[in-house]
Design a protein around this ligand. Structure first.
Ligand code: MEV
Length: 312
């Protein structure tokens, strides 16, 4: 038997832009997905998925999950013709678009396989296996989700568009910062949304280039502001990032409404996080009092919400 775990994540700056080689920042969140792998006699695998979810998430992702599991197992050299695996997924991370649920399950599975077969893989190799798994969910992932999910902490990430190693730096904060994550309850399909943004970019390159220009320094400035703990500035940059996500059409009425509720309750910044067109928003709420206020405002308005911290 082997066990493994993968962190959930939240993207602070740069979802979608990261796909085109622009810098982005993500942070692991406290909740994680846990996997247990048992090697049995027979062929193929049996999946028991006990992860908590927003309604409908697991059903909607089931076909992608099958490809993802096969990708991870093939990459790690497991031969399902020779033996059977019983895979059990659980943990505290609620599966919803935007919290890195797919990446967390890929990392957890890769770690559990590593443990079950005593492969001795290090985090870099686990991350590579999880990246293969992520391809099942979104054909051409940037790799930011599996990287944050594997290594944890606060990550500054730039995808290498030439196929070489990506840039990955772990950022240390002088103290953790409180955040709230809230779910629209809508499950997004990352590959569809990423492909649609790409299509829009190709149809109108000048329009996209203009938005990229506005985005260009957001993640770098955000990183700098975080390192200085200038949280007012971090919030402003999150708001700016949300505006740019609206422009590339990945926000929607519901997400904009949630962002407004959070800001009206005093949040320093609020934005779509992850794929968009559903999924989650993340909200900068330093201090227990502000965090409670924003959390309660979103809950009262009927949204599922979680309190978390970045830079732990
Ligand atoms: C999804 O969590 C983040 C996207 O930028 C896709 C990716 O980076 O692969 C939308």
């Amino acid at each position: 038997m082997g066990t493994g775990s993968g962190f959930g994540k939240t993207i602070l700056f740069g979802e979608h832009f990261v796909v085109y080689g622009l810098p982005a920042m993500a942070s692991a969140i406290g909740d994680s997905t846990e996997a247990i792998v048992e090697i049995e006699e027979g062929k193929g695998y049996e999946l028991i998925d006990n992860r908590p979810e927003v309604p409908g998430y697991k059903k909607k992702k089931f076909d992608e999950q099958k490809i993802s599991i096969n990708n991870v197992l093939t990459f790690m050299g497991v031969d399902l013709e020779k033996e059977k695996l019983k895979i059990t997924l659980g943990g505290k991370l609620t599966c919803a678009s935007g919290v890195g649920a797919s990446a967390a399950s890929c990392v957890a599975l890769a770690r559990a396989v590593n443990d079950a077969y005593k492969l001795g893989w290090n985090d870099t190799q686990i991350n590579e296996a999880a990246y293969e798994g992520e391809k099942g969910y979104h054909g051409t992932p940037s790799g930011i989700d599996n990287t944050a999910s594997t290594f944890g902490g606060l990550v500054y990430f730039v995808k290498n568009l030439h196929g070489g190693p990506n840039t990955m730096e772990t950022i240390k904060l002088s103290k953790p910062v409180d955040m709230v994550i809230a779910s629209s309850g809508m499950t997004a399909n990352t590959s569809v949304v990423v492909a649609d943004v790409r299509e829009k970019k190709e149809e109108n390159p000048k329009w996209f280039e203009k938005i990229v220009k506005e985005y260009k320094s957001v993640a770098k400035d955000g990183r700098h502001a975080l390192e200085l703990m200038n949280l007012e500035q971090v919030g402003k940059l999150m708001n700016k990032n949300h505006e740019l996500l609206q422009k590339i059409t990945v926000s929607n009425e519901k997400l904009d409404k949630m962002v407004k509720i959070a800001r009206d309750a005093g949040a320093l910044g609020a934005k779509v996080t992850g794929t968009g067109r559903g999924g989650n928003i993340n909200v900068l709420t330093p201090g227990a009092e502000l965090q409670d206020k924003v959390y309660n405002a979103l809950k009262t308005a009927g949204y599922a919400a979680w309190k978390t911290k970045i830079g732990v």
